[in-house]
Write a protein that binds this ligand. Structure first.
Ligand SMILES: Nc1nc2c(ncn2[C@@H]2O[C@H](COP(=O)(O)OP(=O)(O)OP(=O)(O)O)[C@@H](O)[C@H]2O)c(=O)[nH]1
Ligand SMILES: [Zn+2]
Length: 372
């Protein structure tokens, strides 16, 4: 291996080629990128894993698939000893090798109605459990179905990754303010937008500062997670659009009494499972599952947001105290744990309609939201 060529700031995660190889942050980013492209990844010291949803190697076949525990349960494998541990990924095989179509039918719950006959499958012992957990987590971050062909034939060149690479992705300390500009909005003309980026993550978060900052007033703050369907299209399935508009209107009203507000627009679609997986969950909801069950059937967490990013954004903005506009106690706890003082929780009940009655009831009954 050659020596480093030219300067390369240590805090950009782009370590030059050396005996150490790429940094964990770079390897993790490349692994996520590979999964989105449909290229395989290879767990260092473990197997090669081809993402079933995106695989471009359409001729691939594999003896084994790696799927989530929830998916294994739907395939009626939970009574087998190797698939019994809850939350643990499951390695399965069938009577014959899987081709890509069989693998997709086995992996994707949204195809269950179209392909009701599957299996029989058997669960196998998995002696690389932590690597399997990390691989499913990488799939979630990539926004794809958490399911892989294991050691496929003809999968293409694999992108290596190591277990510790995931931690590098979760670390928000490299998030930085990149630019800011005046942004008059409908709710109030006097606003400023601030953009944030991290070298480790392609998602660009923004903050909208509503009104004039005031050192002696604690701002009204809203952590809003991206919801394309609700924020942009006016979806009635959730309450996001009215919550977004309502938050801005409430902050604008505060400015009339010398208050101010900060709206963080976090690019964590679908509570962190991504737009496509959220829409898959919607398909399952149309078959009768609630929000929590739909996510779980996909093998995804019902809450995968990382509020460390929000805390870091507030820190970069110099906001240490907030009055938090939310019904979700987890947001209060997450900020408090990360050193932000929440002086008050301000309830934020907006946008109830006949289409989202069940969604709101699930928030209250299963996700712990403080709703009537
Ligand atoms: N996975 C999934 N995500 C959803 C669904 N409906 C809405 N979302 C996402 O949920 C997020 C909305 O969360 P927020 O309104 O910020 O927060 P909250 O946890 O509801 O708490 P509040 O602060 O009380 O509103 C957005 O990212 C939506 O895309 C769904 O059915 N499934
Ligand atoms: Zn929504």
């Amino acid at each position: 291996m050659g020596k480093a060529v030219g300067p390369c700031p240590a805090d950009h995660g782009i370590r030059p080629l050396s005996e150490d190889g790429p940094s964990p942050a770079r390897r993790a980013a490349q692994a996520v990128d590979a999964l989105r492209h449909g290229w395989p990844i290879r767990l260092i010291g473990g197997p090669t894993l081809l993402p079933i949803e995106t695989a471009i190697a359409g001729q691939s076949t594999a003896q084994h698939l790696l799927i989530s525990h929830a998916r294994a349960a739907t395939l009626k494998l939970a009574n087998q000893r190797e698939a019994a541990a809850p939350e643990s990924p499951v390695l399965i095989h069938g009577a014959e090798r899987f081709d890509i179509d069989d693998a997709r039918a086995a992996a994707d719950p949204a195809l269950d109605l179209a392909y009701p006959m599957k299996g029989p499958f058997r669960a196998d012992p998995l002696d690389w459990h932590e690597g399997a957990v990390a691989a499913l987590e990488l799939a979630r971050i990539a926004g794809i179905l958490p399911a892989f062909m294991v050691d496929p034939e003809e999968g293409g060149e694999a992108q290596p990754f190591a277990l510790e690479d995931l931690a590098a992705l979760a670390d928000p300390h490299r998030l930085a303010i990149v630019t800011r500009a005046r942004l008059p909005v409908e709710a109030l003309k006097n606003c400023e937008i601030v953009a944030f980026r991290s070298a480790d993550d392609l998602r660009e978060h923004v903050a909208l500062i509503v009104g004039e900052r005031s050192a002696d007033r604690v701002p009204l703050v809203r952590l809003h997670s991206e919801c394309l369907t609700g924020d942009v299209l006016g979806s009635l399935k959730c309450d996001c659009g009215p919550q977004l508009d309502g938050a801005l209107a409430q902050m604008a009203a505060e400015t009339e009494q010398d208050g101010w507000g900060v709206l963080l627009y976090l690019r964590q679609e679908g509570r962190g499972i991504g737009l496509v997986n959220k829409l898959r969950a919607y398909r399952l909801q149309d078959q009768g599952h609630d929000t929590v069950d739909a996510n779980q059937r996909l093998g995804l967490p019902d809450e995968a947001r990382d509020f460390g990013t929000a805390a870091r954004m507030l820190d970069l903005l110099g906001v240490g105290e907030v009055r938090l506009l939310t019904n979700n106690p987890r947001k209060v706890d997450a900020l408090t744990e990360r050193g932000v003082t929440v002086t008050e929780r301000v309830a934020h009940r907006r946008g109830e309609n006949p289409e989202n009655v069940r969604y709101l009831a699930t928030k209250r009954d299963r996700s712990g939201h403080l709703l009537p």
